[in-house]
Design a binder for this molecule. Structure first.
Ligand code: ZN
Length: 213
């Protein structure tokens, strides 16, 4: 082992971050050694606070400071409209596009399927409970138009089969493989306005039009 143990330990910890390989972990760790002690203390505190002080909203599963996130707790939002997304980054993207007044459902237990998480029964059960509660009239699938996103959308359609709720998808025309979080706000708004009713297999219904919102 070339580095003293505490430095080696830091490198091992940094390597666990997504997209960080051994070389970058080393560079980051050596950067920490060069940084002022106050900055390092602040970083350690920020890491801890982000993990300890946030929970997942008990209704939609989004990251939150309270039991209910600010969107679910906001009574001016349309609770009858639920947009199903893969993670908090997609919620953030939809919110900054400023075109959506409904609520969300963050589908995956892990925050990203690309990081190895699978749709878990808890998130799906929460969605079914919300729909069974009777206030939801439309579920909009806004998962990415790629393999993981399509798979997740099909699971939702399957889970909600037979329940009295309209299921729609964001309009196609989104570039294949584009994740919601990378889309320009106006394109996203367009995709939302052009959303179509879903066929039983999760695909678009040919003759379906956008439902009255
Ligand atoms: Zn919420």
């Amino acid at each position: 082992m070339a580095f003293p143990e505490p430095l080696e330990r830091l490198i091992r910890a940094l390597e666990k971050f997504p997209g960080v390989g051994a070389r970058s972990a080393e560079r980051m760790a050596l950067h920490v050694l060069r940084s002022p002690r106050e900055e390092v203390a602040e970083l350690a505190m920020a890491l801890r606070d982000a993990r300890v002080e946030t929970v997942r909203c008990e209704r939609c599963g989004n990251v939150s400071l309270e039991t209910l996130c600010t969107i679910c707790a906001d009574e001016t939002r349309d609770a009858g409209l639920v947009c199903v997304v893969e993670g908090p980054r997609e919620v953030e993207k939809m919110e900054s596009a400023g075109v959506y007044e409904g609520t969300y459902h963050v589908l995956l237990e892990g925050f990203s399927p690309r990081e190895g998480a699978q749709p878990e029964s808890a998130a799906m059960r929460r969605l079914c409970d919300r729909v069974a509660g009777g206030t939801v009239r439309e579920v909009v699938l806004a998962t990415a138009p790629d393999r993981e996103g399509e798979g997740a959308a099909m699971l939702v359609v399957e889970a909600l089969r037979g329940m009295s709720v309209q299921i729609t998808r964001l309009a196609r025309g989104l570039p294949v493989g584009t994740r919601l979080e990378y889309l320009h706000g106006e394109i996203l708004a367009e995709a939302f306005r052009g959303r179509r009713e879903c066929a039983a297999d999760g695909g678009p219904v040919e003759s379906g039009g956008a439902p009255e919102a």
